[in-house]
Each structure stands twice: as structure tokens, then as C-alpha cells.
Design a protein around this ligand. Sequence first.
Ligand code: SF4
Length: 442
Amino acid sequence: MHALERTCFLTLGCSKNEVDSDKMRALAEADPARLVVDDPACADLIVINTCAFITAAIEEALSLIFDVLELPRVKSGQTKVVVAGCLASRYGDELAKSLPEVKFFLPCDEELVFFAPPAPTAEAVSQASGSVEVGSEPGSARPALRTTGQAWAYLKIADGCSRSCSFCSIPAIKGPFRSASQDAILAEADQLVTSGAAELDLIAQDSGLWHSAGHDLADLLELLAERFPDTWLRVLYLYPETVSDKLLAVFDAHANICDYFDLPFQHGDPAVLQAMKRPGGASEYLRLIAKIRDRLPDAAIRTTLISGFPGESAAQHRNLLHFIEQASFDSGGVFAYSRELGTAAFDLHPQHGESLKLARQQEANDLLQSIAADKLQALVGRRVEVLLEGRDEDGLTARSRQMAPEVDALIHLPEGADAKLGGVLQVRIEEAAGFDLFASLL
Ligand code: SF4
């Protein structure tokens, strides 16, 4: 009888990667030949699921790979190392030459095939290398293990991106946009809710473009809201132009759809946006934000922005600051432009130096965070409905509909709150300290 192959998953990067790792892990757990372990030091197979979106992510991934290659069992050849995900998709061929200690580089679309039953032996995969089928569709029915927490889960509804933002390497890494089928999404949502998810966070690179068999995102949300009336639903990564009146009406009609809009505007200056190959500008975006807040007064607007894009002038930087002030974002982040090989913006001039990019990023981010913190401060004394999501060393943690997991503020509650994880409670916000809110039970 063969010993079980102890398999360890290490995950870097975004929520989409977490979902992919969950799926690989679930397939591995269903495989009688494997035992999933958390400690890489005692594994027989280590799978590193990587990000390669920007240079900093590539450096982080390489650093982790080098650390793993230094583990005694890896050095002695007892443990195999597989690098999966975006780094493998983007640079797998080059890295295979310089890192022969890595057994395989698995691009994103081959990850699930590797673990799909019947589990191929490493040798079988090696022989099949280059001829394996592309992985199953995003969201297709398969084991979906949640590692994100006990009360919420990401639900990936699409993968890839067909836009051409000039700074972005994702379309080259992930390929064109593909929607998961409605049936596959419903099957996975059923499984997640049955296993205790009280909130589903719908993710994709471009969630607003989801469509399947004549249905769009508004139809899908409506279906999910009716099927899971006690489950909070939240949509992440909405390209601004995909927020339609129909979508707003569905948000308005269903209390369990969180009034939360994650809109990565990237900038406010129309000329910078044009160079980014993105439509619109601050005036259109502010109109959209006003429309959302008009219809849904409690809506939280989150954004991501880029400072120091090639050619961004001092005046255009000031336009970005002005846009942040006018938009009065509830949460978000400003990132310094990262020059990525293979993207259209790589060849734009002038490219700014790191110090200028970082100084602008800090100024813009400080402004955004101070507005967001003021908004949290204004919640003190208010009654809020929250979802109990977990525990930390100080007690219970919860979020309101206006706060997404992992990226937004957290509400702390005293231990002993009379509810189970995933339960919904009424609380009063007593204190705000930065992005930590402290509440009492009502
Ligand atoms: S919409 Fe633009 S920024 Fe977002 S993944 Fe697609 S190309 Fe990248």
C-alpha cells in the first residue's frame, strides 16, 4: 500500500487566487491518495499558488519559492514543489529553465486538471505536459472548500478579462473574459451556503460583464437573492460603465444584496484615463456615484486608484486629489503605478521616478484614508446591523453591509455575544479607532 502524498498549499495574491487554491485543495482532499497538510516542512508535495500582477507580487512570489526550495526535505529531494497560478502563466517557461528544482509550473488553466480525479501521478503529468486539457470553466461544479473564514465565502463568477487597460497584465496572464454558467454558480453557491457561508462575495476581474444563457449580472443577483434570502450577497470588482439602472433596481429590491459598490476608477483625470485606455473621467464618475447614493443612500463606495501613471502632470495629480475629495469614498486604496513588461503603458513616456510616484501615491492615499476614517467616526453612536464573522484575540469580529471582508474596517464586539458565527446582530458603534470600530450589543 502506498503512503498518502502529504500535500501543502501556499497561496499568495488576490481573492481569485484564494478561490483557486480552495478548489485545488478540495480536489486534493477528495483524493484518497492525498493528505492535505498545513506545514510545508513535512509535505511531500508543496503547491505555491502565485500572483504576478505587478513587479512587487512577482518579487514576493519568487521570495516564497526560494524560501520553500531551502526547506530540508525539498533540498534532499523528498518533497516536490509545484508553482501554480499567475507567475506560472506569465513566466513559467523562462522560470522552468532557471529553477529546475521546481517540478512543474502550472498555468492558471491547468491547476484543476492537475488535481482532478483520477489524480495523475507526478510522472503522468510530466509525460502529458503540454497536452493537458484546459481546466474546467470558472465556477463549474466541483468541491468548494472555504478557507476564507467561517461565515463568508468568495464565489467566483467569471475569470479573465477582455479589456485593454494599458497598465494591466491580467488579460495576458488570465486570457479573455469567460463567465461561469449560471448552473455552475448556483451549484457552488448551494454548497457554500449549506456549509455555513452567511455571506457570498461575488468576484471576477470584471463582474459586471457576467452573462450566461441570456442572463446578466442583475438577473443572477436577483436569482441568488431569492434563492438565499438569509444570505448577504456582495459584488466586487464592478467596472464603472457596467453599473446599469437595472442593476441598481435589483440592489434596491433585495435587502440581502449589500449596498456596496467596489468601483476601481483608477484615476479621475480624463486624459490620464484615456492614456490608461479607460473611458470617462471624474465628471461621469461623480454622476454615477451621485446616482448610486441617490437611489441607495446607505451605499458604500470603494475604489482603487493609481498615482504616478506615465505622463501624469502635477495638475493631473491635483485633479486626482480633487476627485477623491468630491467622491468622498467610503474605502479604497491608492497604488503607485508599476511599470509592467508587456503592457502598453510600459512604452509610454515620460515614466516617473519611484520617489515621485510614491510621494503622489502617499498624498492621494492619505487623503482617501482620512475621508474614509472620518466616515467611520461618524458612525459612533449609530445603530448598525452586522454579520458576526469570526473571532480574534480580543473577542468577536463583525462587519456591516458597508464593509467587505479582508479589505475594509472591522467591528469588534465583546466576547459572549449571543449569536453564532454567521448570525446577524444589532449593535451600537461606541468608538472608532482608525479602521477598527468597537460596538456594544443591543
Ligand atoms: S478591467 Fe482593466 S484593470 Fe481590470 S483586469 Fe481588466 S484590463 Fe486589468
